[in-house]
Design a protein around this ligand. Structure first.
Ligand code: XLS
Ligand code: NI
Ligand code: NI
Length: 437
């Protein structure tokens, strides 16, 4: 058995007092919270593209990551070695799931057939590793943004031929995900937007995107892929504007094209902040529509206006996320995928462990704190009390559609000026803070 991470053994829970950075201080996989284990609440996944393919280069400099298992070639042997290193990593860190793009696990060939053969080969390799490790695929996806042919978009390209290439690629990526028992399949519209409106027919491009998704749904139904389909909203980058801008825009798009029953949302923190929303806002919007499916767990930096994909280490953030996840009864087949990368200066292989430990412990704490806030009930009770007037007869009649504007005028006259209560925002924030000790 090869050892790609020599000197690092399985990361174990050692409790909050541990001073050993190679331990979990909060993620105790078998600890039970609200009747379920932490492991099943959190369903952590590691992103193959960041963990194995991100060399930590940035627009100003080359990669710094030390990856002794990677010879830099596009050979199948190299792809197999990366996967072996990845599964060793998953085993040691104790993460049960992973996510991939077709092109980051398997090399592109000279034509579609060769590319498909490469992917088929790699799917068998992944299957072998899944079987021997018990690890599972949370979701797969197609990289429809890196190849130069997608420069003007994939489904939204001005070229119908590019649309056909993208369709063929998605077909095979769904097959790969299906074969590996993936719980879901993600559509992230990396270049499904525009650089400039001066050369863009927005109505045409949006209709193309809808048609593309319809074709995928048709394929899912015909091939019996049982997993969920997700859309991952993102407002921009690399495009100026992406059509799946935020949760609200995605829901509206899906509703317009009658696709709402077919998709849930994979919500990413750094995409929320790029859209000038909080993650809490995006998750609440998705939850309200019954479409909160999965989470790309990362975060941005308040001084940087782009998708920096930091590992999520902010306990306020993870607590807010887990409060919503617990409130909707969990993510079901979804999970928390660390769509996150180490900083360029964290270039040693062991930093992959530190980064994931930081994210996992932050979410474990978020889960524990969120559960404590829920058990305490003060915040939930305050919310319920705030809307109590809607429980009155008049409130029920309005919501049941049994009132006219005239009825409401009579009601308004009979009660006089409404008496309002304070929103108590600061008091509630302060109660929330009490739990972050
Ligand atoms: C990029 C996206 C991407 C998707 C998968 O910003 O987050 O990584 O999650 O294609
Ligand atoms: Ni993502
Ligand atoms: Ni992202």
């Amino acid at each position: 058995m090869s050892d790609f991470f020599p000197g690092i053994s399985a990361i174990c829970y050692a409790g909050p007092d541990s001073r050993d950075p190679m331990t979990f201080r909060h993620y105790d996989p078998d600890a039970v919270i609200e009747g379920r284990t932490m492991r099943s609440h959190l369903r952590f996944a590691s992103a193959f593209w960041h963990t194995m393919r991100n060399d930590l280069s940035d627009p100003f400099g080359t990669g710094t990551a030390i990856m002794p298992w990677d010879d830099g070639s596009e050979s199948l042997e190299n792809a197999e070695r990366r996967i072996a290193a990845f599964f060793e990593f998953l085993n040691k860190i104790g993460i049960d799931f992973y996510c991939f793009h077709d092109r980051d696990v398997a090399p592109q060939g000279n034509d579609i057939d060769e590319t498909n053969r490469n992917l088929d080969h790699i799917v068998d390799v992944l299957q072998m590793h899944q079987d021997s490790s018990g690890k599972k695929l949370l979701w797969g996806t197609a990289c429809l943004f890196a190849h130069p042919r997608y420069v003007h978009g994939a489904a939204t390209s001005c070229s119908v031929d590019v649309f056909a290439h993208a369709a063929s690629q998605v077909r095979r990526a769904i097959d790969a995900t299906h074969k590996l028992g993936g719980a879901g399949y993600v559509f992230w519209g990396g270049r499904e937007g525009y650089s400039s409106l001066i050369n863009t027919d927005m109505a045409q491009e949006r209709a193309q995107l809808a048609r593309f998704l319809e074709l995928a749904v048709d394929y899912k139904n015909r091939t019996g892929f049982p997993g969920r389909f997700y859309i991952e909203p993102k407002p921009m980058e690399p495009t100026t504007h992406q059509y799946d801008f935020d949760v609200a825009a995605c829901l509206d798009f899906l509703r317009e094209f009658d696709l709402l029953d077919e998709f849930m949302l994979n919500v990413e923190t750094n995409h929320a902040t790029l859209a000038s929303h909080s993650m809490e806002h995006e998750l609440s919007a998705a939850a309200a529509a019954g479409a909160l499916g999965s989470i790309d767990a990362n975060m941005g930096h308040e001084h940087l206006g782009w998708d920096t994909d930091h590992f999520p280490t902010d306990i306020y953030l993870t607590t807010r996320i887990m409060r919503i996840v617990l409130a909707v009864g969990g993510l079901g087949e979804g999970g928390l995928n660390f769509d996150a990368k180490r900083r360029r200066g964290s270039f040693e292989p062991e930093d992959l462990f530190h980064a994931h430990i930081a994210g996992m412990d932050a979410f474990a704490r978020g889960l524990k704190i969120a559960a404590a806030i829920r058990a305490d009930r003060r915040l939930d009770d305050a919310l319920q009390a705030r809307y109590a007037s809607w429980e009155q007869e008049i409130g029920k009649r309005i919501m049941n559609g049994e009132c006219t504007l005239e009825d409401l005028e009579s009601h308004a006259k009979s009660i006089g000026e409404p008496k309002l209560a304070s929103g108590r925002e600061e008091m509630l924030e302060s109660i929330f803070n009490d739990f972050l000790r």
